[in-house]
Design a protein around this ligand. Structure first.
Ligand SMILES: Cc1cc2nc3c(=O)[nH]c(=O)nc-3n(C[C@H](O)[C@H](O)[C@H](O)COP(=O)(O)OP(=O)(O)OC[C@H]3O[C@@H](n4cnc5c(N)ncnc54)[C@H](O)[C@@H]3O)c2cc1C
Length: 480
C-alpha cells in the first residue's frame, strides 16, 4: 500500500515538496491554515489594483526552469516571462543614482564609465562568480555536507570575496553594488560566504524576471501540477499540533480532529513547527530562537496611484547610510528600501492610466509594530518616492494597505514577523548543520531547510527536492 505523507503549509516550499513526493509514489495531502494556497506568494485585488504580496520578480531562472522540467513542463508553457532591463536603479540618497543595465556587455561598459579600468575587472569578477556558483549548484545539499573544515574554508572565501571586491573597485557605488544583495536577503555574510558570489552571478549574469500576472503564477502552476498528481490542498485547515506515539509522529490535529499518516513535513516557519510538538521532542531549545538579530523585517506599503509615474523604473533599490558612513565601508549598515512598480510591465495590474506599486522598507527587528511607526515610515516612503519620481505624489494615492511584522506573524506564523523565514532567526542560521529531520521523531521533516542559496523562492525549490529525497531514503531504510 502507498505510504501517506501530510504536509503542513501550502507556500512554495510545501507545494514543491508535495510534487516531488507524489512523483516518488507517496500519497500526499496538504493542510493550509489560510483560505488560499501560496503563503507569501499570495496575491490580492482591491479597487481595481492587483498586488503580489511577496516578491515581485524572480532570479536564478534556471532553478525555476529545472523544477518544472522535472515534471515535464516548460516555463514558457506556464507563463510569459519578461527580463527586467534596466535591472534596477540603485539610489544612494546623497550621491548620483545608478541605472544598472541587464546585459553583461552593457554592464561592463557601464562600470567602465563610472571608473576607468573597472569594466575588465568586472568581467574577471563575474567569471569567478560563475565558476563558484556552478560548483555550488552541483553540491545541492550544501548545509548537510558542511563540516568544520569546509566552514573554515568558506569563511576564508568570504573574506576573500570582500577583499577581492575592494581590491578591484574604488568607486564606493560599485563596491556597494557587489556587496548589498547578501545582507538584504537577511543572511550573515560570515556564515554564507559563497552566497555572495551566487547572488551576484544570478543578478548580474542571469538577470531578474517578471512572470506576466505576477509571482502568484508560480503558485497557480504548482496548484495545477498537484491537481494532476492527485494531491489535495485542504485550505482553512490549520495544523494545531502533531500527535506523538512511540517516538514517532502518528498524526496531526486539525479542527480538533486527529488524522493519521506515515510521514509529516512541516512546510511552515521552523520555530512554529517546533511549537506544534511537545517540548521534549523539539530539535532546538527556545533560547536558540531568542534575541532580535540584525536581520531586517519588512514594512510593506501596497499602493494604488491614479496616475502614471513616467520617471519610475519597474525596480528601484534605495540605500540610506548612517551619517558619516562611507557606502563602501558599511554596506550592511544601510537601510534598504525597494520600490516595485510591476504595472509598468503588466497593464492587467492597474486600471488604465494608473500604477500599482509596492514599497518595502527594511526596518530593524524588534521595533514595536504600532500605527504610529507605520505612519512615520509611510511619510518617509512617500518622500523617497517623490524624490525618485521628481514629482508630488501624496494626493494621487487612491489605495493604501500597510503590512508589517505583526501581519507576517498572524498570516504565516513566522517568528518575529520575518519576511524571509530563516533571516528572522539568525541564531539558527549560525547553525552549520541545520536539522532537516526531527532528531527524535524520524518521520517528521522540516521544509524550511535552507539550500546553498540561503532563503527565498529558488532556494525553496532546491530544498524541496532535498527533503523529498530524504523522506524516500528514510522510507526505503525500513521498507526495502
Ligand atoms: C516582501 C517580500 C519580498 C520577498 N522578496 C524575495 C525575493 O526577491 N527573492 C526571493 O527569492 N524571495 C523573496 N521573498 C521570500 C519568499 O517569498 C519566501 O522565501 C517564500 O515565499 C517562502 O515560502 P515558504 O513556502 O517557505 O513559506 P510561506 O510562503 O510562509 O508558506 C508557509 C505556509 O504555511 C502556512 N501555515 C503556517 N502555519 C500553519 C499551520 N499551523 N497549519 C497549516 N498551515 C500553516 C502559512 O499560512 C503559509 O501558507 C520575499 C518575501 C517577501 C514577504
Amino acid at each position: 500500500m502507498k505510504k501517506k505523507v501530510f504536509i503542513a503549509g501550502s507556500g512554495i516550499s510545501g507545494l514543491a515538496t508535495a510534487a516531488y513526493l507524489a512523483r516518488q509514489g507517496f500519497t500526499v495531502e496538504i493542510f493550509e491554515k489560510n483560505e488560499a494556497p501560496g503563503g507569501r506568494l499570495r496575491q490580492f485585488q482591491a479597487e481595481g489594483f492587483t498586488f503580489n504580496m511577496g516578491p515581485s520578480w524572480y532570479w536564478f531562472p534556471e532553478v525555476i526552469q529545472e523544477f518544472f522540467e522535472y515534471f515535464g513542463k516548460e516555463v514558457s508553457d506556464l507563463f510569459t516571462l519578461e527580463r527586467l532591463d534596466p535591472l534596477f536603479r540603485l539610489d544612494f540618497g546623497t550621491q548620483l543614482p545608478l541605472s544598472i543595465p541587464a546585459d553583461r556587455k552593457q554592464l561592463v561598459s557601464f562600470f567602465e564609465s563610472v571608473e576607468t579600468g573597472s569594466g575588465a575587472k568586472l568581467d574577471r569578477y563575474l567569471n569567478k562568480a560563475a565558476q563558484k556558483y556552478h560548483q555550488l549548484h552541483q553540491e545541492v545539499d550544501y548545509y548537510s555536507t558542511s563540516n568544520s573544515l569546509l566552514h573554515f574554508l568558506y569563511q576564508k572565501l568570504f573574506n576573500a570575496h570582500a577583499r577581492y571586491v575592494h581590491s578591484l573597485f574604488r568607486d564606493p557605488r560599485l563596491v556597494t553594488l557587489l556587496e548589498f544583495p547578501l545582507p538584504y536577503m537577511g543572511l550573515v555574510p560570515i556564515r554564507h560566504p559563497m552566497v555572495a558570489y551566487a547572488l551576484n552571478y544570478s543578478l548580474y549574469e542571469q538577470g531578474l524576471y517578471y512572470p506576466k500576472g505576477g509571482m502568484h503564477q508560480l503558485i497557480e502552476a504548482l496548484v495545477q501540477l498537484l491537481d494532476k498528481l492527485d494531491v489535495p490542498i485542504h485550505v482553512s485547515s490549520p495544523v494545531e499540533s502533531f500527535d506523538v506515539i512511540d517516538d514517532k509522529v502518528s498524526g496531526i490535529i486539525t479542527h480538533g480532529k486527529s488524522l493519521h499518516a506515515d510521514y509529516f513535513i512541516a512546510a511552515t516557519d521552523y520555530r512554529h513547527a517546533e511549537h506544534l510538538l511537545p517540548k521534549e521532542f523539539r530539535n532546538y531549545p527556545e533560547e536558540r530562537w531568542g534575541a532580535p538579530s540584525k536581520a531586517p523585517v519588512a514594512l510593506i506599503f501596497y499602493l494604488g496611484l491614479n496616475k502614471k509615474l513616467p520617471q519610475l523604473l519597474p525596480h528601484t533599490v534605495h540605500l540610506e547610510f548612517p551619517a558619516h558612513t562611507s557606502p563602501s565601508k558599511k554596506t550592511s549598515s544601510a537601510t534598504a528600501s525597494f520600490i516595485s512598480c510591476p504595472s509598468k510591465l503588466d497593464a492587467s495590474l492597474a486600471p488604465q492610466g494608473m500604477e500599482s506599486l509596492i514599497i518595502r522598507i527594511n526596518i530593524p527587528q524588534g521595533m514595536e509594530d504600532t500605527g504610529r511607526m507605520r505612519e512615520h515610515y509611510f511619510e518617509k516612503a512617500l518622500r523617497m518616492l517623490e524624490t525618485v519620481c521628481d514629482e508630488k505624489i501624496t494626493s494621487h494615492v487612491v489605495y493604501k494597505k500597510t503590512y508589517a511584522s505583526s501581519d507576517f506573524e498572524h498570516d504565516y506564523n513566522t517568528h518575529m514577523g520575518s519576511p524571509f523565514g530563516w533571516s528572522g532567526t539568525l541564531a539558527m542560521l549560525n547553525e552549520r548543520n541545520v536539522k532537516m529531520q526531527n532528531q527524535q521523531l524520524p518521520n517528521l521533516f522540516y521544509a524550511e531547510y535552507p539550500s546553498f542559496l540561503g532563503t527565498g523562492v529558488p532556494s525553496a525549490l532546491l530544498s524541496a527536492k532535498t527533503i523529498a529525497n530524504k523522506v524516500a531514503q528514510e522510507h526505503y531504510k525500513y521498507y526495502s
